[in-house]
Design a binder for this molecule. Structure first.
Ligand code: PEP
Length: 250
């Protein structure tokens, strides 16, 4: 049984004092035993938010990492630092990092490995652009991103990974993939994992991300291979995030 997971990605929003106020608000959400909740917050807000959310059952995640323990990498943040700050989940390869910061699949693979090595959970983001989608390249792109992104992950470690399918054309655009479109890609991803790692594929959580909102979460969560959501814009406000977290399968 895969436990559903709803993860908020606050991106580069909320200064630490705002983040802490928001974390206090999140404490008003009902406690859910049957789903995991994570907020991936900006680096400067991690310790404050974690302190506030301790013992709520809401986990704190990071949005990025540099794949080295320590060293002369000015401006970067290591997995050891995240681990020590109490981070449990780390987003790797978000499309904004791929597009704006030119992160490659090889570099993202290093991050995924680093996060696993420090016993945190990587959330590996993959997804095609609008151009690739229109050219019918979705599955080719997804397969390449999976193949390279998971290249250092062997055997049982795949269990510890979360995949987030985030079609780039759906991120921050208000235009989500339909549940059926997302399900088709999620099924493809699970098949890929099954072919490469075996039956453990049944236990790997695959999230959908891209304009998830209160109006579409219930339908998305009805699909067999959609195990949760990575939520950007709608995770920044209490009303929308708490409604998404409280999804009901129809
Ligand atoms: C994201 O940031 O991963 C995302 C999916 O953003 P949004 O929900 O705003 O489309």
């Amino acid at each position: 049984m895969r436990k559903p997971l709803i993860a908020g990605n606050w991106k580069m929003y909320k200064v630490p004092s705002e983040a802490e106020l928001f974390a206090k608000e999140l404490k008003n959400m009902p406690a859910y035993g049957d789903r995991d909740i994570v907020v991936c917050v900006p680096f400067p807000a991690i310790s404050g938010v974690r302190r506030i959310l301790a013992e709520t059952g809401i986990f704190v995640g990071a949005q990025n990492v540099y794949p080295a323990k320590e060293g002369a990498y000015t401006g970067e943040v290591s997995p050891l630092m995240l681990k020590d700050a109490g981070v449990l989940f780390v987003i790797c390869g978000h499309s904004e990092r791929r597009q704006i910061f030119n992160e490659t699949d090889d570099f993202i693979a290093e991050k995924v490995k680093a996060v696993i090595d420090y016993e945190m959970t990587p959330v590996l983001c993959i997804g095609e652009t609008l151009k690739q989608n229109e050219a019918g390249e979705t599955f080719t792109v997804i397969e390449k991103q999976l193949k390279t992104g998971l290249r250092h992950i062997s055997g049982d470690a795949i269990r510890k990974i979360i995949i987030a399918y985030e079609p780039v054309w759906a991120i921050g655009t208000g235009k989500n993939a339909t549940p059926q479109q997302a399900q088709t890609v999620h099924r493809f991803i699970r098949k890929f994992i099954e072919q490469n790692y075996g039956q453990v594929a049944r236990d790997v959580r695959i999230l959908y991300g891209g304009s998830v909102k209160p109006e579409n979460i219930d339908d998305l969560m009805c699909e067999e291979d959609i195990d949760g959501a990575l939520v950007g814009g709608a995770s920044l406000r209490f009303e929308s995030f708490s409604r998404i977290v409280g999804f009901q399968k129809k």
